[in-house]
Design a protein around this ligand. Structure first.
Ligand SMILES: Nc1ncnc2c1ncn2[C@@H]1O[C@H](COP(=O)(O)OP(=O)(O)OP(=O)(O)O)[C@@H](O)[C@H]1O
Ligand SMILES: [Mg+2]
Length: 256
């Protein structure tokens, strides 16, 4: 059964895209067929996987607004069975354009319905906002992974995110659940990181992944080469931690 997971936190720069790309690549490395839907007009997941935006002629905007069948907007990456529905800057217009359309919250769900049987996992990289793009992502998802940066104010804004999740559960997708909370950009040199981890674990308990993603320069370098961390530097600590996360995600979904 395919599992659709949104990677979301409306706070900017917390590691959503880094997690989407590297979790996807590690699931793929473990033999899974994975589709990434780039639902952020910044298109960082698109470029981070080596897809040039200038080569993109159909993207997630066409699926949401023009109701183009999603299969026409699927691009392949260097990895077999790791595909992307890309985003370009035209997606920025979708937030506003969707507000006047009917069944606007279900556009992504409908688009995915036509392709998701071909995958084991679909990961949706959400934008740093809680507008129509995130609502479409949550409506189309089974669950959400929330990356949280290991710093002060880490939990700030999470109640807003959880409110949006509850709204989507109530109106569009009662089955939506929290897949897990992921601590990112942990810096072992400060006490602060450890305090934040404790606080997040107290709040979210067993929903917090055992794997904590440290701040690792290689993880920040890889996307500029259009590569996931396992293709950029397979032996790096960054590759290790994202493979550990993929194992946890698979275990939680009864997958080997
Ligand atoms: N574990 C890490 N170690 C070092 N750098 C990281 C790590 N995770 C992410 N980064 C870097 O931090 C920046 C923000 O990360 P990323 O783009 O994944 O966050 P985001 O939540 O997707 O941001 P946005 O809200 O803008 O979409 C990027 O430059 C990324 O390369
Ligand atoms: Mg991002």
């Amino acid at each position: 059964m395919v599992k659709v997971i949104s990677i979301a936190n409306q706070k900017g720069g917390v590691g959503k895209t880094t997690t989407t790309i590297n979790l996807a690549a590690c699931l793929n490395e473990a033999g899974k067929r994975v589709l990434i839907v780039d639902s952020d007009p910044q298109g960082n997941a698109t470029s981070g996987l080596g897809i040039k935006k200038s080569d993109v002629s159909k993207d997630v905007y066409d699926v949401l607004i023009n109701q183009l069948p999603m299969k026409s907007a699927i691009y392949h990456t260097k990895r077999v069975h790791l595909d992307v529905v890309p985003a370009t800057i035209q997606l920025a217009g979708a937030e506003i354009e969707l507000t006047t359309q009917t069944a606007r919250e279900q556009r992504l769900l409908k688009g995915l319905a036509g392709v998701k049987a071909q995958y084991d996992y679909v990961l949706i990289d959400c934008p740093p906002s809680l507008g129509q793009l995130s609502i479409n992502a949550f409506t189309a998802s089974d669950s959400i992974i929330i990356p949280v940066q290991s710093e002060y104010y880490a939990l700030e804004g999470l109640s807003q995110l959880l409110n949006t999740v509850r709204l989507v559960q109530k109106h569009f997708n009662p089955e939506l659940s929290i897949e897990g909370v992921l601590l990112t950009m942990y810096d072992a040199r400060t006490n602060l990181g450890a305090e934040v981890i404790e606080e997040v674990r107290k709040t979210f308990r067993d929903r917090v992944y055992q794997t904590v993603i440290p701040r690792i320069t290689r993880l920040a370098e890889a996307p500029s080469y259009g590569l996931s961390i396992i293709d950029y530097d397979r032996k790096s600590r960054g590759a290790e931690v994202y493979q550990a996360l993929a194992k946890e995600v698979m275990a939680a979904n009864g997958d080997k």
